[in-house]
Ligand binder design. Structure first.
Ligand SMILES: [Cu+2]
Length: 225
């Protein structure tokens, strides 16, 4: 497993945990995994460009309508994403309260592609204006995406209408599952405290069932977004 141990400089730069064993999570991670592996091999953060498609129908699961693909995309700090409306009638714009602190919101006109560079670590939520009511949304996880997870969860609590809330809850459950390895990595050979002590404490709570309020410093600092 010597390949799993990047040079010290990369450890300091908050390495991503190993991919999750679940099939869907692994699929979601595939896009970013190559870039991350490459960056680790070089010992630098090489920026990569990824692609998120806005579609009327999921090509592998035709029961799913009005979706971004992938819905959850994990990337390295500094990477770019090209949001592409494959079908007509879609756009992409950030949820104003689902961004890390001090991050500029982004928005594309309907039927126009947009490239966004993600310079801030954290969870970034976005949606399609015309299909918001059908739950068309997604998230981008950048580096240590747990940083503003409390704020994102809080922002999602009052989402409406119901299809949007349902989609958000499903996405959040997957994001929280992805966050668990951060906690498990603590104290292991390759996981040298990838996030602050405060966040680690809140991640312990995350590992249990979903809690509604998470009073931690992380929540307070990111709650003002
Ligand atoms: Cu749409």
């Amino acid at each position: 497993m010597s390949r799993a141990l990047p040079p010290a400089g990369v450890l300091a730069a908050r390495p991503l945990p190993r991919p999750l064993p679940t099939r869907r999570a692994t699929l979601l991670l595939m896009g970013a995994a190559g870039a991350v592996a490459l960056a680790s091999a070089r010992g630098v953060q090489a920026a990569a460009e990824h692609r998120v498609e806005a579609r009327n129908i999921h090509p592998e699961d035709r029961s799913r309508r009005m979706i971004y693909r992938p819905e959850i995309l994990r990337i390295a700090h500094g990477d770019r994403i090209r949001f592409v409306p494959v079908d007509r009638g879609h756009n992409v714009e950030s949820f104003p309260d689902m961004l890390p602190e001090d991050v500029e919101p982004f928005r594309a006109p309907v039927n126009e592609a947009l490239t966004v560079q993600f310079a801030a670590e954290g969870t970034h939520g976005y949606f399609c204006r015309p299909h918001r009511g059908m739950g068309m949304m997604g998230v981008v996880l950048v580096g240590d995406f747990t940083r503003n997870l409390n704020a994102v969860r809080a922002a999602g609590e009052n989402l409406a209408p119901r299809p949007l809330k349902r989609r958000f809850d499903a996405i959040l459950a997957e994001v929280e599952a992805l966050a668990r390895p951060w906690h498990r990595a603590k104290g292991s050979a390759e996981g040298r405290a990838p996030y602050s002590t405060v966040t680690q404490r809140s991640m312990k709570k995350l590992s249990g069932r979903c809690t509604r309020s998470m009073p931690s410093r992380a929540a307070q600092t990111s709650g003002s977004v």
